[in-house]
Design a protein around this ligand. Structure first.
Ligand code: GLN
Length: 198
C-alpha cells in the first residue's frame, strides 16, 4: 500500500484525499502532526493561502520536519500555494518558506481579470491526453535554476516543474476529474529509491 499524506492545515485538502482514494493501492492520510510523516511515503501540500499554511506549519512544528523529510528524499508535491511553499525564491518578497526548490515563484501572477481560468494542455511526461488545468489566483514560476526540469509552460511561463523528489504545479489537478497528475505523483513515490512502500 502506498500511503500518501496531504498536509491538512488549511486549503484544498479533501479534494486531494478524494482523488488519491480513487487510485487502487493508495491510502490517503491527512497530516496534521510531524509524527505522522514517519508513516507516509509521500506528501502533498495543497492549494490555499501560502501565508496561512506557512504560519500554521511553523506554529504546529511541521516546518523543520517537512524540510528534513524532503531533504532525505521524501516525494513532495505542492499545488498552487503548495508550490509557493516549496520555492526557494518568491518574487517581490524577501522571505520564503520551506526553501527546497530552485524556483522563483510569482504569487497571484495572472492578475485580477484572470483570477481563475481553465486551460488544456498536453504534458507528455504525465499523460498522453490533453489535461485540464485549473488556475485559481495562481502563481507561476518565473525562473528555474539548477536541475529543475520543466514539465509545462503557459505563455512562456513555467506552470509545472520537478526537481528530484519535488514536484510543483501552479494549477489544481484535484479540482478536475482527471487522475493523471495524482497517478504521476504516486508513480514518482513508487520509483523513489529512498521510499520503502509495503
Ligand atoms: N494566491 C494563493 C497564494 O498566494 C494561492 C492560491 C491557491 O492556492 N489557489 O498563496
Amino acid at each position: 500500500m502506498v500511503k500518501v499524506g496531504v498536509l491538512a492545515l488549511q486549503g484544498g485538502v479533501i479534494e486531494h484525499i478524494n482523488m488519491l482514494n480513487k487510485i487502487s493501492g493508495v491510502e490517503a492520510v491527512e497530516v496534521k502532526k510531524a509524527e505522522q510523516l514517519a508513516h507516509i511515503h509521500g506528501l502533498i501540500i495543497p492549494g490555499g493561502e501560502s501565508t496561512t499554511i506557512g504560519k500554521l506549519m511553523a506554529k504546529f512544528n511541521l516546518k523543520e520536519p517537512v524540510i528534513q523529510y524532503a531533504k532525505n528524499g521524501m516525494p513532495i508535491w505542492g499545488t498552487c500555494a503548495g508550490m509557493i511553499l516549496l520555492a526557494k525564491h518568491i518574487v517581490n518578497q524577501d522571505w520564503s518558506y520551506l526553501n527546497l526548490m530552485d524556483i522563483y515563484v510569482r504569487r497571484n501572477a495572472y492578475g485580477s481579470q484572470l483570477d481563475s481560468f481553465i486551460s488544456y494542455q498536453l504534458i507528455p511526461k504525465v499523460s498522453s491526453e490533453k489535461l485540464p488545468l485549473v488556475f485559481i489566483r495562481a502563481p507561476y514560476i518565473e525562473k528555474a535554476e539548477g536541475d529543475v526540469e520543466v514539465l509545462a509552460e503557459l505563455n512562456g511561463k513555467i506552470i509545472a516543474a520537478e526537481q528530484k523528489n519535488l514536484l510543483a504545479t501552479s494549477f489544481h489537478p484535484e479540482l478536475t476529474d482527471n487522475l493523471s497528475f495524482h497517478r504521476y505523483f504516486v508513480d514518482k513515490i513508487i520509483h523513489n529509491d529512498t521510499v520503502k512502500t509495503g
